[in-house]
Design a protein around this ligand. Structure first.
Ligand code: NDP
Length: 246
């Protein structure tokens, strides 16, 4: 159980982030959920959380802005006295073949996905350090492990999150903080809905379990890594991909 724990989940209002929020709340955690601008999705998530009696606060802002991370940490402190769990889930894609990708396409994805995770970790980890307990889970991607055509920016950001995870695990382990990454494969969300039918069929063909993953499949892995039971697991990259890596 996660009763009495506070979790900050970035991009926690839609898709995988919403499923993580509901899973952690179902296990007793209080939540700070960040999002970029989809107000309807954010309010719907709050409603779903209220239905199960969960305590949650929303914070709108841009993951690519370090001040937003500082605000999230301050809100966790003011509202719940600190944060015990951080899930860096907010992410975007901006797919284009390498030779057509301009510097802005590349930088925007890196800033949102990778720098955003670093800003949040830096803002939240001091609270975990003081209490000598913390769980950080970074949502990377199979694309960050294997690469993907059209996703040089995204794959670089997700590979970078693995480097961030491994380094942070080494630095923060002595303070009772575990840092792990989850690398989902093909998960049915708004992000993958935007792919062409051909791209979806190709991805599905590579999945041993012959189905797209659900946001809940990822959420259960995250909840395990955030739990007391995963206390001796750190610096790992857990694939949640139905066997795409096999
Ligand atoms: P969605 O696009 O469905 O949801 C993205 C969430 O992130 C939303 O809550 C969105 O807020 C928020 N967000 C986006 N940009 C920002 C920003 N700049 N600042 C703050 N919040 C932001 O994505 P998924 O649920 O599919 O993906 C979640 C994570 O999982 C991502 O990191 C993604 O890379 C990763 N992943 C997904 C896979 C998949 O197959 N779907 C596979 C592998 C990894 P808002 O609603 O306001 O826009």
């Amino acid at each position: 159980m996660l009763t009495g724990r506070t979790a900050v989940v970035t991009g926690g209002t839609r898709g995988i982030g919403r499923a993580i929020a509901l899973e952690l709340a179902g296990r007793g955690a209080r939540l700070i959920l960040t999002y970029r601008g989809n107000e309807d999705a954010a309010q719907e998530t709050l409603r779903l959380l209220a239905e199960i009696g969960a305590e949650a606060e929303l914070l709108r802002g841009d993951a690519a802005d370090p001040l937003h991370a500082a605000e999230a940490a301050a809100l966790a402190k003011e509202r719940y006295g600190g944060a015990d769990i951080l899930v860096n889930n907010a992410g975007i894609t901006s797919d284009r073949l390498l030779l057509r990708m301009d510097a802005d396409d590349f930088d925007r994805v890196i800033r949102t996905n990778l720098s955003g995770a670093f800003y949040m970790l830096k803002a939240v980890a001091p609270m975990m350090t003081r209490q000598r307990w913390g769980r950080i889970v970074n949502i990377s991607s199979l694309a960050g492990v294997r690469g993907n055509p059209g996703q040089a920016n995204y794959a670089s950001s997700k590979a970078g999150m693995i480097g961030l995870t491994l380094s942070a695990a080494k630095e923060l382990g002595s303070r009772g903080i575990t840092v792990n990454a989850v690398a989902p494969g093909y998960i049915a969300t708004d992000m993958t809905e935007a792919l062409t039918e051909g791209q979806k069929a190709a991805m599905l063909g590579a999945v041993s379990l012959r189905r797209a993953g659900s946001p809940e499949d990822v959420a259960k892995a995250v909840a395990f890594l955030a739990s007391e039971d995963a206390g001796y697991i750190t610096g790992q990259v857990l694939g949640v991909d139905g066997g795409m890596t096999a």
